[in-house]
Design a protein around this ligand. Sequence first.
Ligand code: UD1
Ligand code: UDP
Length: 365
Amino acid sequence: MKIMHIVGNRPQFIKLAPVSRKLIAHQIEEIIIHTGQHYDENMSDIFFEELNISQPKINLNVGSGTHAQVTAKIMSRLEEIVMNEKPDGVVVYGDTNSTLAAAITVSKLNIPLFHVEAGTRTYNKENPEEKNRIVADHLSDYLFVPDKISADNLKKEGIPSDRIIFSGDVMYDQFLYSISCDRNAYIGKYPDDFILMTWHRQENTCSKERIEKILSFIEKIHYKIVLLLHPRTNKVISEYGLWTRVRENKNLLVVPPVGYKEMTVLLNRCKLLISDSGGASKEASFAGKKCFFPLKLDVWPELIESGYINIVDVDDALSVEHNIYMIQETLHSNKNMHKADYFGDGNAAEVIADTIEKVFSVRFR
Ligand code: UD1
Ligand code: UDP
């Protein structure tokens, strides 16, 4: 049996790591295809090295472009590779353009498709990832859901229950695996006490006005903020000539993206997270930290409901004021939340490897 993983973006390398470990433990042959959607050393290679993931057999090197350009390039380059490699099954992860392109290509070749982190929905079709999720889910043969809400979403859309498998979240597996309790790691590089921030979504980088609103929001927080700057955000801040304003905020320490080990240390050490990242906003809850999410989007409804994720509507002065108050409260209370447990027990990848094994043991019998 040969399983192909198709990945291309930072969060997918992190999701792949635990699944690959378990497939290896189950002695299942695997190959990795990298689309090349993310290509900077600290957005790609660092994760393969740090997380001990096998090197991709092929990199499609598609690079950056518009949605259609990236999706089309992946599809046209991938098809021949999949036909040549003849995998028995293909695993795709999350909801990026790499996921979308891979799902369409593989499904048209009638090869069994496994979707990891299936079923998440924001019910906002303007969100680019929502379109990718819907297509990938409806083309997949086996859908591994990270939480109960995702399973319910799929059932509501008519996906048969026997194709929906509650695995729990592979990101939780990896978080538990990578977590370092070394409080002294990276000391000197960061302030003793700080808020951690990431920022990259299309909705939050699409215009000068939007970027200025996010900058205004964080200028109101009089506390050290470590911003791990995604290359997209770096680029638009330059394009809109906003670096002077960024540098004027003396509380803001802007650093390039870091590897996952450093990230888990920062998640553990920070007082709270400000982030529009689907992955990081959830990981904050694994670390018992609150996340302030500067976009009106229903990510992880259970975390919003239980107060781990606080939505900040930067278009609404009252919402900003309320959340600044909540941030000050959180900083003063100096208490972490209980660690959230909506996302399984840290054995999601084992469930996935087990399922893949069972599917093919029946097929090959
Ligand atoms: C993509 C995904 C998003 C996911 C995110 C994870 C889509 C539509 N979006 O967004 O769902 O949350 O990855 O990080 O698939 N760039 C570099 N170097 C890189 C990668 C990107 O400089 O290694 C810059 C380029 O200028 C590029 C821009 O970032 O144009 C955006 O990259 P892209 O892959 O289109 O989208 P992301 O914002 O990374
Ligand atoms: N991450 C990282 N280094 C960073 C910023 C984020 O390792 O500098 C990790 C983060 O912990 C999470 C994943 O990258 O596991 C989230 O990826 P991203 O925010 O790019 O995408 P999203 O989750 O929004 O799709």
